[in-house]
Design a protein around this ligand. Structure first.
Ligand code: GUN
Length: 288
């Protein structure tokens, strides 16, 4: 079987063109969408992610603020900054880059965000709305995966989707979105006994376990759609996904590469959530 490689860069580029139009429509009403990114400490991967987010904001015409606090800052300082941003009319989206240094409670920090500005979709109110099938902000990575699936015209209704990963950021919301679209969903994790017996039943397989090359061809049903969310830098400096890409070529019907698959979609969805927040505010539906 010829495996189609899904070009996340091209799809994200396309989506950004649509976003730039929405930004222009807001500009005509005197509104510029604004995103604040809070970063605590100097986690090396976070530094790169945050830089990419800020760059993408600039390119799409969004206002952005990058607020950096030292790892030694105390949690109350971070909570204070969040409270100020919650009230700041220039800011429509607030993102606290995770992970936070030891000693911070991500739960308390996320709960301090105004739900109407929580463009990551991590606040319990937004998690609850997604669970109830009435989402407001959906976490960017799983939202990006759904956009890829839509763009590739992949049928979800009635298919068996297997999600490997149970994180609040990807695995759980991913499963909910697939469920909402009519899939039969199984959630596994890297410690599931005989993981291959589960994954090989999937029509749609989403892998977000953070374990490089965990999934090999023998764990994939012929013709399955394989979405690889993992990205790990190996000792030799190369980037690897959670799927052994080379081995799965010829088995899957289509697959996302790493890099260039899900990654670019995550940032596009962050911009989209921020623009949506500004649109909601300008329509009078944005109060916390
Ligand atoms: N760290 C890794 N992924 C994410 C994300 O989607 N949002 C935030 N805030 N931090 C992250």
């Amino acid at each position: 079987m010829q495996t189609r490689i899904i070009d996340g860069n091209a799809i994200a580029r396309d989506l950004r063109v649509g976003l730039i139009r929405r930004v222009a429509a807001l500009a005509a009403m005197g509104v510029r969408p604004g995103l604040a990114v809070l970063q605590v400490g100097d986690h090396p991967a976070s530094r790169i992610y945050v830089r990419n987010k800020m760059k993408a904001c600039g390119e799409a015409g969004l206002y952005s603020e990058h607020i950096e606090l030292p790892a030694e800052a105390d949690e109350s300082t971070l909570l204070g900054r969040i409270r100020i941003l919650n009230q700041d009319a220039r800011i429509h989206g607030i993102l606290v880059q995770l992970p936070l240094p030891a000693g911070f409670s991500a739960e308390r920090v996320v709960e301090a965000l105004a739900p109407a500005k929580d463009v990551d979709g991590f606040h319990p109110t937004n998690v609850g709305l997604l669970t109830l099938g009435n989402p407001r902000f959906v976490p960017c990575t799983p939202l990006g995966v759904m956009r890829l699936i839509e763009r590739e015209e992949i049928d979800v209704q009635g298919r068996h989707a297997v999600v490997v990963g149970r994180s609040n950021i990807v695995g759980k919301p991913m499963a909910l979105l697939l469920l909402q679209r009519g899939a039969t969903v199984t959630i596994c994790n890297s410690r599931t006994p005989d993981l291959g017996a589960m994954t090989s039943q999937a029509d749609i397989l989403v892998v977000a376990a953070g374990r490089p090359r965990l999934v090999t061809a023998r764990m994939v049903k012929p013709g399955a759609v394989v979405i690889d969310v993992g990205i790990t830098r190996l000792a030799d400096g190369k980037l690897a996904g959670d799927v052994d890409f080379q081995s799965v070529l010829g088995t899957a019907s289509c697959i996302t590469p790493v890099p260039g698959g899900v990654g670019p979609m995550t940032i596009a969805m962050l911009l989209e959530n921020t623009v949506m927040s500004a649109e909601r505010t300008s329509a009078g539906r944005g109060s916390p």
